[in-house]
Design a protein around this ligand. Structure first.
Ligand SMILES: NC(=O)C1=CN([C@@H]2O[C@H](COP(=O)(O)OP(=O)(O)OC[C@H]3O[C@@H](n4cnc5c(N)ncnc54)[C@H](OP(=O)(O)O)[C@@H]3O)[C@@H](O)[C@H]2O)C=CC1
Ligand SMILES: O=C(O)C1=N[C@H](C(=O)O)C[C@H](O)C1
Length: 263
């Protein structure tokens, strides 16, 4: 498969370049970053001390040379990439988080024409954790308070994380409610006692934390804590390559990592 990487100079972009260069069935065809990035014109493998012959570019028409674009950038960048993938019939893996409802609708619409995997977390462990959360939510609605906690590195720009939102949505869906109607995004000052049926969120940003998520179901006399911790970003990169392999031969459709993993 001919792979294009967007955000090639970013934390995840670099992990993905390394993963593609080490894979047996994928070829690094295109490396993209935004206009004005310091990385434009540099070899995509330079950070590894390798010469790949693929120069980082801001020319999205290069996508005609790729089968699949893997995007870990920012929502505004992803939306440009969606347009370019539609123009060049290129499949798309979206790992970026922080989209608004309009942007999500546009991605859904694009998937009527091209094949897209859209997931806030590509790791196998987080996707298994989502299943465990659904089970816990099913058995612990009455008499239990659900809280979602996440911690990430100091450079993360969106909060709560896409994964924390997916965890909240998994609970809300199982409880038959809309997340926006029951979420407590922040608490400060005289908040009053906790109401039944709410889903609370709390966020830590600091240092180099890769990504921790815990969902609490707190009842009288007991509580369950379901935790996932990432210790490096390899799992996100390998999950993305798995998603690209899953898309092979698919002409269109919107898929999640649950589809990719068959869970
Ligand atoms: N789904 C998953 O499994 C995971 C998702 N993520 C998500 O992926 C995204 C990227 O994370 P991370 O790699 O840590 O972030 P980085 O900031 O390290 O990398 C983002 C890259 O995209 C570039 N970029 C910024 N704006 C644009 C734009 N408008 N168009 C094109 N490129 C742009 C950045 O350039 P510059 O540095 O010059 O701004 C940088 O090279 C985040 O939304 C994060 O939440 C992260 C890890 C796992
Ligand atoms: O920005 C990150 O780093 C991560 N972002 C994703 C998210 O918002 O859930 C996935 C992972 O937690 C790392």
């Amino acid at each position: 498969m001919r792979i294009a990487i967007a955000g090639a100079n970013g934390r995840m972009g670099r992990m993905l370049i390394e993963a593609v260069l080490s894979s047996h069935d994928m070829q690094l065809a295109v490396a993209l970053d935004h206009t004005g990035s310091d990385a434009i014109g540099k070899d995509a493998g330079a950070f590894l001390g390798k010469e790949t012959g693929v120069l980082i570019s801001d020319d999205l028409s290069q996508l005609q040379q790729a089968d699949c674009l893997i995007d870990f950038t920012r929502p505004e960048g992803t939306m440009n990439h969606v347009t370019a993938c539609l123009a060049h019939n290129c499949q798309l893996i979206i790992g970026t988080t922080g989209f608004n409802e309009e942007q999500k609708a546009r991605i859904q619409q694009a998937a009527e024409q091209i094949a897209i995997v859209f997931a806030p977390n590509m790791s196998v462990g987080v996707n298994v954790t989502l299943r465990l959360i659904e089970l816990a939510a099913k058995l612990m609605q009455e008499g239990f308070d659900a809280e979602v906690f996440e911690a990430h590195h100091r450079n993360k720009v969106d909060a709560p994380s896409g994964t924390a939102l997916a965890m909240g949505e998994a609970i809300a869906k199982t409880w038959g409610v809309n997340l926006n109607d029951v979420a407590d995004w922040t608490r400060y000052g005289h908040t009053g006692a906790r109401e039944d049926g709410r889903i609370g969120f709390s966020v830590v940003r600091g240092g180099d934390i890769i990504g921790d998520h815990t969902v609490y179901f707190c009842g009288e006399g007991e509580r369950i804590e379901i935790t996932h911790r990432s210790s490096n970003r390899t799992t996100y990169a390998q999950g993305s390559l798995r998603a690209a392999r899953f898309l092979k031969g698919k002409s269109h459709g919107l898929y999640t990592m649950q589809d990719v993993l068959g869970s």
